[in-house]
Structures are given as C-alpha cells and as structure tokens.
Design a protein around this ligand. Structure first.
Ligand SMILES: [Zn+2]
Length: 96
C-alpha cells in the first residue's frame, strides 16, 4: 500500500462521520441536523477550552457565549469569521 492510499484510508477512518452526514443531508433534502455523536466532538473555536455546541435550527450555538455558527448543506461552518453574534442569531432563529 503506497503512502497516498494509506493517507486516504486514514482520512476516511478519521472522518467517517462527515461523509455519512453529507449523505443523510442529501437524502433528507434540506436537513441540517448534525449527528449527535459528531456534535459531541465539535467545540466552539472562539474559546481555548472549546466548549460544546447545541444545535438550534440551522445553527450550532455556543453553550458558553451563545453565539452561533451556520450549518450549510449539513456541514458546520466553524471558522471564527463565520460567527453569528448572539443578537443576530436570535433574530435569525425567530425568522427575521
Ligand atoms: Zn463560543
């Protein structure tokens, strides 16, 4: 087995949760629900201690600071610049 095969096999094993979620998202059109087991390993990137998220609608909400990150096509967008501040997130969640 060459190195490329090894690396891709490793990547597949390490990130199995992601393709499964993507497939589910495609099958259930418009579903942005994150698998609970996957949600457990995610943490808010804006704090060194990486606090857990809870999912509200199409957003993952930081349980410490209550800001959120969008889930697009079943994929959480967790870059610091994707953050949605608490006030705006409340508006989005109430449909405004
Ligand atoms: Zn946070």
């Amino acid at each position: 087995m060459d190195l490329t095969v090894c690396a891709s096999k490793l990547a597949r094993e390490r990130f199995t949760a992601v393709p499964e979620i993507r497939i589910k998202g495609e099958m259930a059109a418009g579903s942005n629900m994150i698998d609970l087991e996957f949600l457990k390993i995610l943490g808010c990137p804006l704090h060194p201690e990486r606090p857990p998220f809870e999912q509200k609608g199409d957003y993952l909400v930081c349980t410490v600071a209550h800001h959120g990150f969008p889930v697009v096509d079943g994929i959480p967008h967790l870059l610091p610049e994707d953050v949605i501040l608490e006030e705006r997130l409340k508006e989005l969640l109430s449909g405004n």
